[in-house]
Ligand binder design. Sequence first.
Ligand code: UDP
Length: 250
Amino acid sequence: MGSVGAKDVPVLLSPEGLRVDGRRVNELRPIKITAGALKHADGSAFVEWGQNKVMAAVYGPREVHPRHLQQNTKAVIQCKYNMAAFSVDERKRPGLDRRSQEISKVIAEAFESVVFAEEFPRTSIDIYIEVLQANAGTRCAGLVAASVALADAGIPMADLLPAVAVGKAGGAIILDLKKEEDNFGEADLPMALVPQSGRLVLLQMEGHMTRDELATALDLGVQGCRGIYEVMKQALRDRYSVAPAAEAGA
Ligand code: UDP
């Protein structure tokens, strides 16, 4: 977080209970999902979520590279999360760093819980996540984009994986942190939910909150994920539903 003078710290919660962008504590930023945004990928999705813009592309099941990662009983799920140099205010150094490696790993592990990988032994399912514009919550936006892209690629899965960060800022438990809340708030807790089972398949936390606050935050996150789930399903319906006239062969 670094040392910041008090005058630089924004008011994270007004006396009326409004956040830096005017949202209530339990409100999501506007979210728009376009399934099948790329022509050359097997599956793809573009997510615009607040000021985040994230593209996901999925390839596979296909041959495993590098070869030594191949598994005889199931597909290996590989994820590459990348943040473009121009995606943030201060130019990010391009290329792999520890943060993007960590995010790639936790996202791949989350999908291992829902993808029916044993149906495709000795293959790889490759997920590419490109963050074009970032304003906190990009790993969650990446998960959402990748879920829709996997479904768009026809990869069999138990469920989609909606994801959102909850946290604490200005003393309140809040849903879907934006940059100022992530930077100056007290806690940040990204999570991903399997909606049909209620299982959490990604849960990370930075900062401090009490046990009761954590319980409240988890409930808020689950509610948020359920809202995002509806937008994800609608994006797939929009891509694959056939207009009645077309169905009739008109
Ligand atoms: N960020 C940045 N430069 C970086 C990494 C992150 O400006 O090199 C910003 C970016 O807006 C990102 C936010 O910090 O969304 C929070 O990053 P975090 O590591 O918490 O991951 P995220 O919330 O994006 O999943």
